[in-house]
Write a protein that binds this ligand. Structure first.
Ligand code: ZN
Length: 238
């Protein structure tokens, strides 16, 4: 039986690596200095390098089910995504953090179903998206809105990381909320000024997260259409 993975590894060494050899060796000699932390769903159809045109050394990547950001609680534990956020901000000094959800997300759809009983970690992980759930039947439109609302919730949770908040308020770090529509080949970027996601092909920027455009004292949900704001912020958003 052919070993397809082995074939691909060999192809990397013989066909692809030579094209990038100088770049990789430079990245080893001088270290990595990625400008961007990309937090994306693990979905195989989401290909960050294709979307962003990034190459070696460009993206510090974290992927998990749903593109969720765990809360900053400072507790000891095996918090892979939280550790990556701390490392990207404190050690790598990234200037951008992208949270990228996508259409047809199984993690978001699972919020409307009972998770498998033998998946305790998945069950608790999905809690990080529950605030995005709408009190409706999960049709295509509701799922799309849930996916987008979840992106906003994760951005907001990012702002609870002290090192993120401090840098965003100093304008050293920008947060970007993206929703990738797989079948359309379009990334919709969150526009804080309108509280809407807008197609990147029509947008004037690559997605403005919570505090990149607003002053540090201005809660960004004030300007968001209440229909799009996460449930917990509708009242506060006034
Ligand atoms: Zn997904």
């Amino acid at each position: 039986m052919p070993d397809e993975l082995l074939d691909r590894l060999r192809r990397f060494s013989t066909d692809y690596f030579p094209q990038y050899q100088a770049q990789f060796q430079d990245l080893v000699a001088h270290g990595q200095h990625p400008s961007t932390l990309f937090i994306g769903c693990s979905d195989s159809r989401l290909v960050p390098y294709l979307l962003t045109g990034a190459g070696p050394g460009d993206l510090f990547l974290v992927r998990n089910v749903g593109a969720f950001v765990p809360p900053f609680d400072g507790s000891a534990g095996y918090h892979g995504t939280a550790a990556a956020i701390e490392y990207a901000v404190l050690a790598l000094s990234v200037q951008h953090i992208i949270v990228c959800g996508h259409s047809h997300c199984g993690g978001i759809r699972a919020l409307y179903a009972e998770p498998p009983p033998d998946a305790p970690h998945l069950r608790s992980w999905l809690d990080l998206g529950r605030e995005a759930v709408l009190p409706v039947q999960p049709g295509p439109e509701a799922l799309r809105r849930t996916e987008e609302r979840s992106v906003l919730i994760q951005l907001e949770r990012l702002m609870d990381y002290p090192m993120v908040r401090a840098r965003v308020e100093r304008r050293e770090l920008a947060l970007h909320g993206w929703h990738y529509v797989i079948e359309a080949g379009e990334v919709n970027v969150f526009d804080v000024s309108t509280g809407r996601f807008v197609a990147a092909t029509l947008a004037g920027h690559s997605g403005t997260g919570p505090y990149a455009a607003a002053g540090p004292e201005e809660p960004y949900f004030n300007e968001i259409d209440p229909a799009w704001a996460p449930v917990g912020h509708r009242e506060a958003g006034g």
